[in-house]
Design a protein. Structure first.
Length: 223
């Protein structure tokens, strides 16, 4: 098994006889207008390429022992303010971000050989922002948010299913499902945004832009 894993590799970038690739090299000048336009373009191109759940991102936090924890969440907002997702504030990630309000998220789009990593402090969004998103969610998702005590142990799947049924009885179809009080949005305000583009021979392109006071610096990193 270990031998098979060691042999697994993907050759990134299709390099022609002239040494050029089939897509333009990532370069620092593409961040001349800041990180947001390029991030939006890459996300749109991931959608066009049919990447499954292109708004999925790996969220990194630290627990009470300072140990890293990761899980996949969905980005539900992207603006000049930062990257937005929603969760139960009493979940593991919610409590960890309360204790250490700093996060890292990575979008990975393997089919197009691209990644973006965003790091920065976090804050809870306003109740109005949470309410607007909450009421855009399917009814089943809202019921699930009420039924689940996220990250808490439960004895069985049947007990979890029973909790959902009980919640559906509590909020019948003709009743508005209100926002759960301990549920809402978390905004990551970027301090650094790194763009990664796969290239042959592991000579990948990495460009990182970092906040420095009220301005941003841009640097190319070795792969």
């Amino acid at each position: 098994m270990n031998k098979d894993l060691a042999a697994m590799r993907v050759g990134y970038g299709q390099q022609g006889a002239d040494g050029r690739y089939d897509d333009a090299d990532l370069d620092a000048d593409q961040l001349s207008d800041g990180w947001l336009p390029l991030m939006r373009r890459w996300l749109e191109e991931a959608v066009e390429a049919g990447v499954p759940e292109p708004n999925a991102m790996t969220l990194g936090t630290v627990d009470e022992h300072g140990h890293p924890c990761t899980r996949t969440v969905l980005c539900k907002g992207l603006s000049g303010d930062g990257v937005l997702f929603f969760t139960n504030y009493d979940s593991d990630k919610g409590r960890q971000l309360d204790a250490v309000p700093y996060a890292s998220v990575t979008f990975t789009w393997v089919p197009v050989a691209r990644q973006i990593t965003v790091r920065g402090p976090v804050e809870r969004v306003s109740a109005d922002v949470t309410d607007e998103y909450w009421h855009s969610r399917p009814r089943g998702s809202r019921l699930g948010a009420w039924a689940s005590e996220q990250s808490r142990p439960i004895a069985s799947r049947s007990e979890l299913d029973a909790a959902l049924l009980h919640t559906a009885e509590r909020f019948p179809v003709d009743v508005d499902i209100p926002v759960r009080p301990d549920w809402g949005g978390i905004l990551i305000r970027p301090e650094s945004v790194e763009f990664w583009q796969g290239r042959a021979n592991r000579m990948h392109n990495r460009i990182r832009t970092s906040r420095s006071g009220d301005s941003w610096t841009v640097a190319r990193l070795q792969p």
